[in-house]
Ligand binder design. Structure first.
Ligand code: FES
Ligand SMILES: [Fe+2]
Length: 470
């Protein structure tokens, strides 16, 4: 990685954010900016490398790639380890090499496909063909070890960081890690894993998920199902009865509206609100409650959450007590784990996203649908994403709607006269805050400042532009 300070002297952050409400368009396509950003973000951030159910057994490995870097994440007897994926002889990847591959090295170790040198799962070189042909000082055991990459686990996932000076993962994540732990995220399993290559800068793809202000136009079905929620949040009518209550309906009508909204989210995300949770909620469509919706609706949510926790627990699933967890560790509808990982929560289920750049104007967008499963549940682990064209009708409805805007937005950014995105200071703050943390990484600001900011971003979905003290 190039030295960041010298890069700044060379002026290689040509488009810093100077007004937090205005984001320069070039940050989404300019090559020099992309270079500076890539080094700063991917060279120094904790990034989700794999879900752990993909490498459950001793010796299981999977490849993670980020731009020109390839890393092997390996399940070893001493825990999950990661290595730079290059042969110490002449640089060939010792496993995978195409990105996103997996296998098991317990018996065979890693065997370089070029001249057959070998390594065990701990990265020690165990075989060099024709040793006598080399100067012996080139073959020191330490020299031949696979180069380690920092690797830590959280929430059923392995994260890597190329920077040995970065703070530990838990510190990087901050309190959101406790909130996701309380939701027993590490015990969740993926039901499916999709991916799409989007012809857009990775931040454009992410920004479609950093605010809810687009719901009215992009996902009109969601607003129609529960207008009070969206009107209270984005409309002029903010003095209503609160997001759960439609003043034009009685309690039964409000409940029906909530159930319909859950059904739409469940079908539209093929998970998130899991079908099994909707089924439980439906049982309480006619429950006796006070006549006043303001009193009744929070009670109804409490009853439903309690029933979901109890019923799923009775089925053997290790789910949290939702009422307790939502009191003790409240979260937003969406958690943003800087730089590129998202978690969407509703009840016990979760949808996660990971977005990686493939170049300045192309990225890979992956989606996992997670749920708790009772031990012994027959459900094959999705070992690789099903990669679909971004406009495939096989994507669940909601991501399909989001994806439809992303490629055309990327084209719009190139229009003559489009200099800046202009952001809502109240609802599109996460977009700005994310850009400003990237600039702080490029400027090599101290870690305590960076982590204080990354921690705030986790709770910033749909939120305001923040004072980040960077
Ligand atoms: S490049 Fe790997 S053994 Fe030669
Ligand atoms: Fe959306």
């Amino acid at each position: 990685m190039a030295d960041i300070d010298s890069r700044i002297e060379l002026g290689l952050n040509p488009y810093p954010v100077t007004n937090p409400e205005l984001i320069p368009a070039q940050r989404y396509y300019d090559e020099a900016y992309f270079k500076a950003e890539s080094e700063a973000v991917w060279g120094h951030s904790w990034q989700m490398a794999t879900r752990l159910e993909r490498i459950p057994n001793l010796g299981d490995w999977t490849e993670y790639t980020i731009l020109d870097k390839s890393v092997l994440v390996v399940n070893t007897k001493d825990g999950i380890k990661a290595f730079h994926n290059h042969c110490r002889h002449r640089g060939v990847p010792v496993a995978g090499g195409k990105g996103n591959e997996h296998g098991n090295c317990a018996k065979s170790g890693f065997i370089c496909p070029f001249h057959g040198w070998r390594w065990n799962m701990d990265g020690d070189c165990t075989f060099v063909y024709g040793k006598q042909l080399f100067s012996q000082d080139l073959l020191e055991a330490e020299e031949l070890k696979l180069r380690p990459v920092r690797c830590e686990t959280f929430g059923g996932e392995a994260y890597i960081n190329f920077d040995d000076s970065a703070p530990p993962l838990r510190e990087w994540l901050g309190p959101i890690a406790d909130a996701l732990d309380a939701r027993l995220m590490s015990d969740m399993r993926a039901e499916w894993h999709y991916g799409a290559v989007l012809p857009a800068n990775w931040k454009i793809a992410m920004e479609a998920f950093q605010e809810g202000y687009h719901v009215m136009k992009t996902h009109p079905q969601l607003q129609h199902a529960q207008p009070s929620l969206y009107n209270a949040r984005y409309g002029n009518d903010t003095g209503g009865l609160g997001p759960l209550i439609n003043p034009n309906l009685d309690v039964k009508g409000n409940i029906a509206e909530c159930i319909q909204s859950m059904e739409l989210l469940s079908a539209g995300m093929a998970g998130l609100v899991h079908a099994k949770e909707v089924e439980i909620a439906r049982k309480f469509a006619d429950v006796d409650l006070p006549a006043d919706p303001v009193q009744a609706m929070p009670m109804w949510y409490g009853i439903v959450q309690d029933a979901i926790s109890k019923e799923l627990k009775a089925r053997g699933e290790n789910v949290p007590d939702l009422n307790k967890v939502s009191q003790e560790h409240p979260v937003e509808a969406l958690q943003f784990l800087f730089p590129n990982h998202f978690g969407l929560n509703y009840f016990t289920g979760m949808t996660t996203y990971r977005i990686r750049p493939l170049g300045p104007e192309t990225c890979l967008f992956e989606i996992w649908s997670l749920t708790h499963m009772a031990p012994g549940t027959e459900c094959p682990v999705p070992m690789e994403p099903i990669i679909l064209p971004y406009d495939s009708k096989d994507f669940p409805q909601i991501p399909q709607q989001d994806y439809s805007n992303i490629p055309i937005q990327q084209r719009g950014l190139h229009s003559t006269g489009f200099e800046y995105m202009r952001l809502s200071k109240d609802r599109e703050g996460l977009i700005s805050n994310n850009h400003r943390v990237i600039d702080a990484l490029i400027a090599k600001k101290p870690w305590d400042k960076i982590t204080a900011a990354t921690q705030k971003l986790a709770y910033n979905f749909d939120g305001p532009i923040l004072e980040l003290d960077l």
